[in-house]
Design a protein around this ligand. Structure first.
Ligand SMILES: NC(=O)C1=CN([C@@H]2O[C@H](COP(=O)(O)OP(=O)(O)OC[C@H]3O[C@@H](n4cnc5c(N)ncnc54)[C@H](OP(=O)(O)O)[C@@H]3O)[C@@H](O)[C@H]2O)[C@@H](O)CC1
Ligand SMILES: [K+]
Length: 487
């Protein structure tokens, strides 16, 4: 199992964590007390005492709100509490903490927001079961114009499992408990969460042994121990040989990918390209070898060289029959293969053939458009990426600001370190190359893809504004240096 420190829990898994903790002897009221107290602590840490409106819903999220109200009032803050629906509808731990609130409560109307300097959103959390009612959505819209919002668990309107967010407004801070939920990372919900703080409310991490989470936030902790480490007695051949299928006329894409592979540590990187493009590739590449492609038979012969340990086709390949044939020839080797861009689109009229040909380690790196040409685009991003991985038998990297990496066995990783500067031409080609470089060195495809996505994001993050794809490969040494110094 992957390290559960970065596990993301579904609503059902969080409920189970809660249940196991209660069964082991911690009362539900105590968990709620700790949850609300942790939110109050974060508020007190970040803001000076002021007038706060706490908006409480009808469930346990509202119960947390009552705890926050009590702690802030005890600390001398001016607190107004608004409650959705009749207060006597609250049950269990929420009813208990509502009783402990000795101040007044008002109905949940815009009047509660009058003169508020800060607003606590405790309307709905994990239990949101349907779209927000009009009045609640209107109240939230007014709240967003009134003062900074602190959301408990998730901003109301956010579906924690899927990242959908109808009617939600942007919080400055979201305090969640024990572990993040997918909705804290997936778009559009991520944009509404603001800064996310995970509070320890005394749920023991050992409950995760029973829950076996399958979704994780991308973090080196997941794959650092599997990263190819150079050994003192290795040579360029033991570090893997990466082969990139280079197209013509779009030669830049394959060159970017090849540089990504080499910087990710492949001992040898070769671009094979049509004779006519040899000069272009050779002038632009120095340590990366360039080899003429010849006809399909000679390509198949080249692939027979068992020293080649990783294959990539797609960047600048062109959509068509030659690309299709080359993809199938690569997949037939059973060696680790990355399929990107045109290699995917070349199968849009016949995805079945592609799926049926994947038997070895394989990573597909579509963006949303390419994904929709091959797979069912319905459902939230986690769901559809997982379904595509299961269907294809390949690791799927569904790219975007919230890239999801899914394995055929159901594991999934959501990436969160990609800055918007990565949305630039050629950036995906470099990513495909980094994955190739790691695969060529023998890293497991799912973890190689996760590591590559993270390194790619981190490289862009360290660079800042003005980034172009050419910068990315050369930023990897610094990122890798920092990473290795932590091993
Ligand atoms: N698990 C844990 O470890 C811990 C959890 N904790 C806290 O509990 C929270 C989850 O609590 P929860 O399950 O009571 O759900 P919550 O979000 O309060 O809402 C449920 C209520 O809202 C209602 N309702 C739903 N949608 C609606 C809509 N659109 N419009 C109107 N009504 C709607 C729904 O009604 P129903 O669907 O039943 O008709 C029900 O009455 C979690 O987010 C965290 O803050 C902490 O205390 C620490 C430990
Ligand atoms: K909330």
């Amino acid at each position: 199992m992957l390290d559960t420190q970065s596990a993301l829990l579904t609503v059902n898994q969080m409920t189970e964590a809660d249940r196991l903790t209660i069964a082991a002897g911690t009362a539900e009221e105590v968990l709620m007390e700790r949850a609300g107290a942790s939110v109050a602590r974060e508020i007190i840490k970040a803001w000076p005492p002021c007038r706060v409106a706490v908006l409480c819903g009808p469930g346990n999220n509202g119960g947390d709100g009552f705890v926050v109200a009590r702690h802030l009032a005890d600390a001398g803050w001016d607190v107004q509490v608004g409650v959705l629906g009749p207060r006597d509808r609250l049950k269990g731990a929420a009813a208990h903490h509502a009783r402990l609130w000795s101040g007044l409560t008002a109905p949940l109307t815009p009047a509660v927001l009058d003169s508020a300097d800060l607003i606590v959103d405790a309307i709905f959390g994990a239990g949101l079961s349907r779209a927000l009612d009009g009045p609640v959505a209107e109240l939230l819209a007014i709240a967003a114009r009134t003062a900074p919002i602190i959301a408990i668990d998730v901003p109301s309107g956010v579906i924690a499992d899927s990242g959908e967010a109808s009617g939600a407004v942007a919080a400055k801070l979201t305090v969640t408990f024990f572990r993040k939920k997918p909705g804290h990372l997936l778009l559009p919900a991520r944009h509404f969460c603001g800064k996310v703080v995970v509070a320890d409310i005394g749920i023991p991490p050992s409950v995760l042994d029973m829950i076996s989470p399958q979704t994780f936030e991308n973090d080196p902790i997941l794959w650092r121990g599997h990263f190819p480490i150079l050994s003192g007695d290795g040579n360029k051949f033991t570090r893997g040989h990466a082969l990139v299928w280079g197209g013509y006329r779009m030669t830049g894409a394959a060159r970017l990918a090849a540089r990504g592979a080499a910087r990710a540590g492949a001992g040898l990187t070769t671009v094979t390209c049509p004779e006519v493009a040899l000069g272009v590739y050779a002038t632009a590449l120095t340590s990366i070898m360039v080899q003429p492609l010849g006809d399909q038979a000679s390509f198949v012969k080249l692939l027979a060289d068992e020293r080649i340990t990783g294959l990539l086709i797609g960047p600048g390949a062109g959509v068509g029959e030659q690309t299709r044939e080359s993809v199938l020839a690569m997949l037939a080797t059973g060696r680790p293969t990355v399929l990107d861009a045109d290699a995917l689109t070349s199968f849009q009229s016949d995805p079945e053939t592609l799926m049926a040909s994947i038997s070895g380690p394989c990573v597909l790196t579509p963006h949303n458009g390419e994904f929709a040409r091959l797979f069912d685009p319905c459902g939230d991003k986690l769901l559809r990426t997982r379904a595509a991985a299961r269907r294809s038998g390949a690791v799927i990297v569904l790219k975007g600001a919230d890239t999801v990496i899914a394995a055929p066995d159901g594991r999934a990783i959501i990436n969160s370190n990609a800055p918007p500067t990565l949305a630039t031409a050629g950036s995906g080609d470099v990513l495909a190359g980094i994955i190739l470089g790691l695969l060529a060195q023998g890293m497991e495809p799912f973890l190689a893809a996760a590591a590559a996505v993270w390194l790619h994001g981190e490289a862009a993050r360290t660079f800042g504004p003005g980034l172009i794809a050419e910068d990315l490969p050369d930023l990897l040494p610094k990122v890798l240096g920092t990473l290795f110094s932590q091993i």
